[in-house]
Design a protein around this ligand. Structure first.
Ligand code: SF4
Length: 470
């Protein structure tokens, strides 16, 4: 039985409304528990003997269907897995796919350090946040344990990003692990040949371990073996084959595993999944770098959608990285809440009382697009961000979240008339049908701007300043 509503959760709480959790009522706490914004430990009474039974049951019922595994330590640590649904619109996905980019132990020291810096410094501004990558995967190419350990040490000196240590040779992994055992790296990977050695290492060092097998029965068996031995921080790799039927079967395996864990309740295989899109390079080769990175990005995008929780990638070129990381950002937003910004009056550049007043909604994607189009064209202006409940212009006009009254409320609550003396506002072209009523309700002159904010400069040439301003 899964708990789906705050009332269902509330039944397991003490119900005393004592406020020790910082919430006014147990029901409010129940709602936040369900959203994973609070933890059970924040309700101390739940751990008193008289409520302990309920607390234990609640912990079981709230545990995600797919186990949550943490890699790395401190602020950079990344949680992977922990999902409850097959499709994000059933509820939401919680832990976005972690992108780990590779370095390898045959790189020259300077080249290695430079690549680590490029990976960890990469960022791209998108809808109000800087997109970054999540982890570094250190690959053993030399096959030599000491060479690998040296490489791991250098990477660890250069960054505090979570690490994935990659080799099928347990001896190599252990030497590398000795350098970073306090950093909780993921070790990759145990298979049907080496599992005993990897099990020993995972137990000794208490680190998460990836298990590899394209045979799902074997993968399940490995997971059950590790779990029975007390290792629960498991990540599953069902193999990533980069082309043809192999790719089709890979896709099918990812879906089967996730379905078994979430829909069929098979706890033996309900662990996070790892994909390795960089296998595209094995087919296309470094001599066809553009083609290889193109296919790597396609495979990555496929498994960001279904259902990789972490992946190992090679290309750090913008044409691969930007679509991959942007897709992660989009898939792992909460579909129940539009991504929004605070309503308010923004100043762009150095506006005066004669500068234009543009209007937009507080849907984050719209806001940042409009703001960027105005700022990049160096148009000194005001931008009034109206509360449309986080919905874009066209839908908000249709749904009634954006109307003449909401323009009036915004003008009044942001005291716009104190700064904009000409009492003229430019509404989005997609809200043109609100212009007449808005003039009646607000008493301001309304100009209808372009439908696309990229055309604001051209619109300005023809329409600004109007007679009301000059
Ligand atoms: S601490 Fe526990 S019992 Fe007290 S109000 Fe919060 S949820 Fe209820």
């Amino acid at each position: 039985m899964k708990l789906n509503s705050p009332m269902e959760v509330w039944k397991y709480l003490p119900g005393t409304n004592c406020k020790e959790c910082g919430e006014k009522t147990c029901l409010a706490f129940a709602s936040l528990l369900l959203e994973r914004k609070k933890k059970l430990e924040e309700c101390p009474p739940l751990f008193e003997p008289k409520y302990a039974e309920k607390g234990k049951k609640l912990a079981e019922l709230l545990a995600p269907e797919v186990r949550e595994v943490e890699i790395g330590i401190g602020e950079r640590a990344r949680k992977i897995g922990g999902e409850d649904v097959m499709h994000r619109h059933e509820r939401t996905f919680f832990n976005r796919t972690a992108l780990a980019f590779d370095v390898w132990d045959t790189m020259k020291e300077e080249e290695l350090r430079e690549r680590v810096r490029r990976i960890t410094d990469w960022k791209k501004f998108y809808v109000g946040e800087f997109l970054k990558v999540d982890a570094i995967a250190v690959r053993s190419v030399s096959g030599d344990a000491n060479t690998f350990a040296r490489c791991v040490k250098r990477v660890a000196e250069e960054t505090d990003f979570p690490l994935v240590l990659c080799s099928f040779d347990a001896r190599v992994i252990e030497e590398g692990l000795k350098e970073v055992s306090d950093r909780n790296p993921l070790i990759y990977a145990a298979d049907k040949e080496n599992w005993k050695e990897f099990l020993g290492i995972a137990k000794r060092y208490k680190v998460p371990v990836a298990l590899f097998s394209p045979d799902l029965d074997m993968l399940n068996s490995l997971a059950v073996t590790f779990s029975s031995a007390g290792i629960e921080d498991i990540v599953l790799d069902p193999g990533t084959y980069p082309e043809g039927q192999g790719l089709e079967q890979t896709f099918s395996r990812f879906i089967k595993i996730r379905r078994a864990g979430i829909v069929e309740g098979n706890k033996g295989i309900a662990y996070p999944l790892i994909a390795v899109p960089m296998t595209a390079w094995m087919v296309h080769g470094t001599e066809n770098a553009l083609e290889a990175s193109y296919w790597e990005a396609i495979i990555a995008d496929l498994f960001i959608i279904k259902y990789a929780d972490i992946m190992i990638l090679h290309s750090i070129e913008p044409h691969s990285l930007i679509p991959e990381r942007t897709l992660v950002a989009n898939i792992y937003t909460d579909p129940r809440r539009p991504v929004s910004v605070e309503p308010g009056l923004r100043e762009i550049g150095n506006p005066t009382e004669k500068s234009p007043l543009f209007v937009t909604t507080n849907f984050a994607l719209t806001y940042y697009t409009v703001e960027s189009d105005i700022a990049s064209n160096k148009i000194d202006s005001y931008l009034m961000v109206v509360d449309s409940e986080g919905i874009g212009v066209e839908s908000a006009v249709a749904g009634g979240q954006l109307n003449a009254e909401s323009f009036k409320d915004a003008l009044e609550s942001f005291n716009v008339a104190d700064k904009v003396k000409h009492k003229t506002m430019v509404i989005p072209g997609l809200a043109a049908r609100l212009s007449g009523e808005t003039e009646d309700v607000t008493g301001w002159t309304v100009l209808v701007g372009p439908r696309d904010s990229g055309r604001i400069p051209g619109w300005m040439e023809k329409n600004w300043p109007p007679e009301t301003v000059s």
